[in-house]
Design a protein around this ligand. Structure first.
Ligand SMILES: O=c1ccn([C@@H]2O[C@H](COP(=O)(O)OP(=O)(O)O[C@H]3OC[C@@H](O)[C@H](O)[C@H]3O)[C@@H](O)[C@H]2O)c(=O)[nH]1
Length: 440
C-alpha cells in the first residue's frame, strides 16, 4: 500500500498511463489566418501543434505525436469535459500574450482588446448549466473556468482578487456565457445558479497566514453564505477542501476516514481549522437542509497561473531557478509532498460535481517526493548551476503527505495522468514566458 518516496528525480518516468492520444485530421487553410504555434513538451518540429484562428472561427489541426505517451487531450467523456490540450495551452501558454504588448524601452503595457473568443461547445438549453465559481480568478478557479467555458456552460465568477487575478480570466470577459463580479464571499451573494464550485480562499501558507482572522472568516462565513445560497436556489454545492485538514498526519497515506492531527492554535490553524469547519458546515447543511453537497480534499497542486510570489514550493523553486538564485528548502528537505498537476485536478472536480458521491474525496497525485528531491528535479530541469540551500523549518510543517485515492478511483473512475516532471516542464515554460513578456 505504501509505495516508496521518490528520492532521485531521475527515476521519474513519463510512464504511459495517459490515455490521451487523439488525431485531428480537420485541416483548413485560410490565407490571412493568424497562426499560433503551440508546442507540447519538446520543441522538435514533429511535435508542433498549430491552431488556425480566424474571425471568431477556430479552424485547427494537430500533428499526431510520435510519442504515444504525450498528453494531447484532457477530461472525461462521461461528463463531456474532454478538451484538446492545445486549446487550454493557448489560453495560459501563448507564444505571445494575446491581449497585451510590453514595450521594453518605455516599460509600458498596451492592452489590446480581444478580437474573438475560443469556440465553446453549443449546448442545448436543457444541458447548459449556470455555474458559479467562487475564487474563479485564482489559480485553480481560472483553469476550472476555462474548462467549463469550453464545455459550453454558463459561468459566473466571483472573486475579491486577494490572490486571484483578473488577467487569469481576461480572455473570457465579454463572452455571452461569462460573467465576472468583484465580490468577497464573506458578504452574502444572491444569484440563480445550478451548481456552485466554492473555491474562494487563499491557499498558500504565506497568504493564508498573512491575515489569519480574514482566512477564518473567508472559510467560515464564505462557506455559510454559499451553502445558504445553494439551499435557497437548490444548487449543487462543491467545497474545495484540502489535505491540510489532516494536519501533520499520523496515518500514511491519508485516507478520507482519517480524522487528522491539527494544532488548533498554531500558525496553520486559520486555514486547517477553517476548512475543517467548512466541511462541518457542508455536512450540517446536507443533513439539516438536504443541500446536495460534494467535498474535494485537494492535495498539493501546481501549474501555470500560480502567482510567481505565491510562496508555495513549486513556484518558489521554479522562480528561484529561473532567476539563477539559490533554491530554498525549509528544514532538512526530508519532509514529503505529493504533487498533482492542475489539469488532473480540474478533471476530478468536474467528475465529482457530476457524480453521486457525497462523501469527502481525496484528490491528489500519490507520487510522493521529498522536498529535497523536488528541488533537485527543478534545478536539473531549469538551471543545473543553481545551488540548493536550507533555511529554518516552518512551524507545524507536516512531515509526510500522500493521498490514498482509492475512493476517487472507485467512485469517480479517476486517477492522475500527469507525471510530475512533465507538469513541471509546462509550468517552467509558463513562468519563462511570463518573464520574457515582462509580466513578472
Ligand atoms: O520555498 C519553499 C517553500 C516551501 N517549502 C516546503 O515545501 C513543502 C510544501 O510547502 P507548500 O507551501 O508548497 O505547501 P504545503 O504542503 O505546506 O501547504 C499546501 O497544502 C495543500 C494545499 O491545500 C495548500 O495549497 C497549501 O496549504 C513544505 O514542507 C514547505 O516547508 C520549501 O522547502 N521551500
Amino acid at each position: 500500500m505504501d509505495t516508496p518516496v521518490r528520492q532521485n528525480p531521475d527515476s521519474v518516468e513519463t510512464n504511459g498511463s495517459h490515455n490521451n492520444t487523439t488525431s485531428q485530421n480537420h485541416v483548413s487553410e485560410i490565407a490571412d489566418a493568424t497562426m499560433i504555434s503551440l508546442v507540447n513538451g519538446s520543441e522538435s518540429p514533429e511535435d508542433t501543434e498549430r491552431i488556425h484562428w480566424e474571425s471568431g472561427r477556430r479552424l485547427w489541426r494537430t500533428v499526431e505525436k510520435t510519442n504515444a505517451n504525450t498528453i494531447t487531450v484532457v477530461g472525461h467523456e462521461c461528463v463531456k469535459s474532454v478538451v484538446p490540450l492545445d486549446l487550454l495551452r493557448y489560453l495560459y501558454l501563448p507564444r505571445h500574450p494575446h491581449d497585451r504588448y510590453f514595450d521594453t524601452e518605455t516599460r509600458t503595457l498596451s492592452y489590446i482588446r480581444s478580437r474573438s473568443f475560443l469556440p465553446v461547445k453549443s449546448l442545448p438549453p436543457g444541458q447548459r448549466k449556470r455555474i458559479l465559481v467562487t475564487g474563479g480568478a485564482g489559480f485553480v478557479g481560472s483553469h476550472l473556468v476555462d474548462r467549463l467555458m469550453l464545455m459550453g456552460q454558463e459561468v459566473i465568477v466571483i472573486d475579491n482578487y486577494f490572490t486571484g487575478r483578473k488577467s487569469n480570466i481576461a480572455h473570457w470577459i465579454g463572452h455571452p456565457n461569462f460573467e465576472l463580479i468583484r465580490h468577497d464571499v464573506v458578504d452574502p451573494f444572491l444569484i440563480e445558479v445550478d451548481q456552485i464550485y466554492h473555491l474562494a480562499c487563499p491557499a498558500s501558507p504565506p497568504h493564508y497566514q498573512h491575515n489569519p482572522i480574514k482566512t477564518v472568516k473567508t472559510s467560515v462565513m464564505g462557506t455559510i453564505n454559499m451553502l445558504g445560497l445553494a439551499k435557497r436556489v437548490k444548487a449543487r454545492f462543491l467545497l474545495a477542501s484540502t489535505s491540510e485538514i489532516y494536519g501533520d498526519p499520523e496515518v500514511h497515506p491519508q485516507t478520507e476516514t482519517y480524522w487528522g492531527n491539527v494544532n488548533p492554535i498554531g500558525p496553520r490553524a486559520c486555514y486547517d481549522e477553517g476548512k475543517r469547519v467548512a466541511e462541518t458546515l457542508t455536512y450540517a447543511y446536507r443533513h439539516q437542509d438536504h443541500v446536495n453537497v460534494r467535498v474535494a480534499r485537494i492535495f498539493n497542486t501546481y501549474g501555470p497561473r500560480m502567482n510567481e510570489n505565491d510562496g508555495r514550493v513549486v513556484s518558489n523553486f521554479i522562480m528561484q531557478a529561473l532567476r539563477g538564485e539559490e533554491l530554498t528548502i525549509y528544514g532538512d528537505g526530508s519532509q514529503t509532498r505529493s504533487f498533482q498537476y492542475i489539469h488532473d485536478l480540474v478533471d476530478a472536480l468536474i467528475l465529482l460535481m457530476n457524480n453521486d458521491c457525497d462523501e469527502p474525496v481525496n484528490l491528489g497525485n500519490p507520487d510522493e517526493y521529498t522536498i529535497r528531491s523536488l528541488a533537485e528535479l527543478v534545478r536539473d530541469e531549469v538551471n543545473p548551476d543553481c545551488k540548493i540551500t536550507t533555511l529554518k523549518a516552518t512551524i507545524d510543517d507536516p512531515k509526510r503527505r500522500k493521498p490514498d485515492i482509492s475512493r476517487a478511483e472507485d467512485k469517480l473512475g479517476w486517477k492522475p495522468t500527469w507525471p510530475v516532471r512533465q507538469g513541471i516542464q509546462e509550468t517552467v515554460q509558463y513562468f519563462r514566458r511570463q518573464m520574457e513578456a515582462g509580466l513578472i
